[in-house]
Ligand binder design. Structure first.
Ligand code: GLA
Length: 671
């Protein structure tokens, strides 16, 4: 939260989505009393309240929201006031049925849920900006309002609309991208193949359902367009809010989640005063704590410092096949892990569990059972924990390692008709992230073309299928100047239009890596290849292999069997003053950890702190002190060397701190 518009509430903000419209007003007094008991300092209000705020077009009723905001203020609770634009009312769609989105198959969707509108609809944009302005004008000076919450999770349910209005907007976007040069678009999309050449801009439509594989660059540009189209709605609302209240920071809740990839958040991040994230655990993820850490580090990197956890859950969600409750202590570990990775605010969906409606089976801070419940006791405990950590606010993590993260590369890798349909961008990145996380090594995320990479000792690019020549040169420069770089398989293969760099893979990185690949050999599901060399005995690889020839690099490991037996699988190349490693396959987790350990040692990267296995270690660095977070995910408890004060218990520490089983310790380490 490093921008000029700062959140003016102290410490680590604590709260959740507050939807009191669901309850009779008598309940509200109990809500605020219990919020105070739990130490809640800020709640998000009004997120889905459009239908109640604007009962008919242009006619407003702010009386209920007035009372809610006044009540919050009387109780010393700040409001993160939302524009309600994620859910237009039924009257809107009856008046403007063309604003309903159309899916890939040409079906127009109906209202009756939420976020069902066409992002390019002029009627929607007009209506959204009008209610945003009415809200901003009315509440800009309300003493409860500490932050604006623009919309809700842009693109969660309507990342793409395929209607004719969207088609026209897409064409406008393309004319800007290709500077009105249709031949340039044809070249970029490779439309000489399969008779796809366009003679008129009006021939271009969204990538609607087709009988065979659609044009890949068409799809790539479509994804870029969809992200930009929603961003333009967000910035338009932001501008309305800023005009009314120049000092109040504006945020929108992003979703840096395994399951969501619609928006290029590198483009979104600079547009927001404060970056917020929503993070939910997947029931089938046995190590969801790694996902929390990864998303937290990515958020911190997008924000360039602390960020805000706008939503997570106290217990089960209601949108998976089976919705797992959290284990004892898990909610506290989750929340404090977000803080460890840079969150300066912790909030939940939602304050009070709904009795009715689409999310009646979603956990909340105050469950159906009321205050005589484990969740409520945990919520109160967490409030106390966050108060004890107030001074952590504003501190941040500093890392010697950067992982390259890129939405373009992610979209391109997962297009259809690729060498393997088994590659999942986020899994590939997480595979490399996990061993560093286990070792307690701090990590930032960077764009491939990020300037100033020299501040890192080690840069990792686990998956960079698509890369621009400029970004490839940026990574090469980092190595030439003495950095250590490691690149994962099938990277540097295509340019920003998805065109293959010719002359052998990994085209953009051939010289840097000192290798050339003439043919790809992706492995079938379940198939493995043995590895030998500087790898543990019995090492294997799956998912991917390719026939690599050395053109300057040395072999670190080769295939021990299969069609590529004897060919290099992992290589290392001196380039300029540095070293570039190529992991041309997908080694098993132990082997990958061993290899990354070698890479890390060569780069001179050490863990943040010594801690036993099973303990997550993160250090936030402040101006006067550092804060060492130790989180026990193994459930056994542990001791770790530390000196200072353990903040959660207020205990002075000399020499050793105890982390209780399944618990957390946060040590203030004086400088
Ligand atoms: C999203 C939404 C919330 C709620 C939660 C449930 O994050 O923003 O309104 O639906 O999911 O997990």
């Amino acid at each position: 939260m490093s921008t000029a518009r700062r959140l003016r509430i102290p410490g680590i903000a604590y709260g959740g989505d507050y939807n009191p419209e669901q309850w009779p007003e008598e309940t509200w007094a109990e809500d605020t009393r219990l919020m105070r008991e739990a130490g809640v300092t800020m709640v998000s209000v009004g997120i889905f309240s459009w239908a109640l705020l604007e009962p008919s077009e242009g006619e407003y009723d702010f009386s209920r929201l007035d009372r809610i905001l006044d009540l919050l203020h009387e109780n010393g609770i700040a409001a993160d006031l939302a524009t309600p634009t994620a859910c237009p009312p039924a009257w809107f769609f009856r008046a403007y049925p063309e604003a309903l989105p159309v899916d890939r198959d040409g079906r127009r969707l109906s209202y009756g849920s939420r976020q069902t509108f066409c992002p390019s609809s002029p009627a929607y944009r007009r209506a959204a900006l009008r209610i945003a302005k009415a809200l901003a004008d009315r509440y800009a000076a309300h003493p409860a309002v500490a932050m604006w919450h623009i919309h809700n999770e842009y693109g969660c349910h309507n990342a793409a609309c395929y209607c004719d209005t969207s088609a026209a907007a897409f064409r406008t976007w393309l004319r800007t991208r290709y500077e009105d040069d249709l031949d340039a678009l044809n070249r970029a999309w490779g439309t000489t193949f399969w008779s796809q050449w366009y003679y008129d801009w009006d021939e271009i439509i969204p990538p609607r359902a087709t009988g065979a594989v659609p044009n890949p660059t068409h799809q790539l540009d479509w994804r870029r367009f969809c992200s930009d189209e929603l961003l333009s709605l967000c910035t338009a609302e932001r501008d309305v809010l800023h005009r009314a209240a120049p000092d109040i920071p504006a945020t929108t809740n992003l979703m840096v989640l395994r399951t969501f990839d619609a928006l290029d958040y590198w483009r979104w991040a600079p547009e927001l005063d404060i970056l917020s994230n929503d993070h939910y655990l997947m029931s089938d993820d046995p190590e969801a704590e790694i996902d929390i850490a990864l998303s937290g580090d990515l958020m911190r990197s997008l924000a360039g410092g602390p960020w805000f956890l706008m939503e997570h859950s106290t217990g089960a969600v209601n949108w998976q096949q089976v919705n797992r409750a959290k284990r004892p202590g898990e909610m506290r570990r989750n929340a404090l892990a977000h803080v460890a990775h840079g969150a300066d605010g912790i909030a939940f969906f939602q304050w009070r569990a709904s009795k009715a409606g689409a999310e009646q089976w979603h956990s909340a801070m105050l469950p159906h059972a009321g205050t005589d419940s484990q969740i409520w006791r945990d919520v109160v405990q967490l409030g106390a924990d966050l108060r004890a950590l107030a001074e952590v606010r504003g501190s941040s993590v500093s890392a010697d390692v950067a992982i390259v993260w890129d939405w373009d590369a992610r979209w391109a890798l997962e297009l259809p008709a690729q060498p393997s349909g088994e590659l999942r961008y986020q899994d590939l990145v997480r595979d490399w992230y996990a061993p560093l996380w286990r070792a307690g090594v701090a990590v930032d995320f960077v764009r491939p073309g990020e300037p100033g990479l020299d501040r890192y000792k080690l840069v990792l690019a686990p998956s960079l299928y698509l890369v621009t020549e400029a970004a490839a040169a940026n990574l090469a420069r980092f190595t030439e100047r003495g950095g250590t770089l490691a690149i994962g398989f099938h990277s540097g293969v295509v340019d920003e239009n998805g065109h293959v760099f010719l002359g052998g893979y990994p085209g953009a990185f051939r010289d840097l890596l000192g290798v050339v690949t003439d043919e790809l050999f992706p492995l079938l599901p379940g198939e493995t290849a043995g590895l030998s060399g500087e790898v543990p005995t019995g090492a294997t690889a799956d998912l991917w292999s390719e026939r690599v020839r050395l053109t300057g690099a040395q072999t670190v490991a080769s295939y021990a069997d299969g069609p590529l037996a004897g060919h290099p699988a992992v290589t290392r190349h001196h380039h300029g003053d540095g070293t570039a490693w190529y992991l041309a396959t997908h080694p098993d987790q132990d082997t990958l950890a061993t290899l990354l350990h070698h890479v890390r040692r060569e780069a001179g990267v050490t863990p943040e702190h010594e801690a036993p296995a099973g303990i997550e270690v993160v250090r936030r660095r402040g101006t006067e002190a550092d804060y060492l977070f130790l989180i026990d995910h193994a459930g056994k408890g542990a001791e770790a060397p530390a000196d200072g004060v353990e903040l959660l218990t207020g205990t002075p520490i000399t020499g050793t701190v105890t982390i209780p089983p399944g618990g957390v310790a946060v040590v203030r380490e004086p400088r």
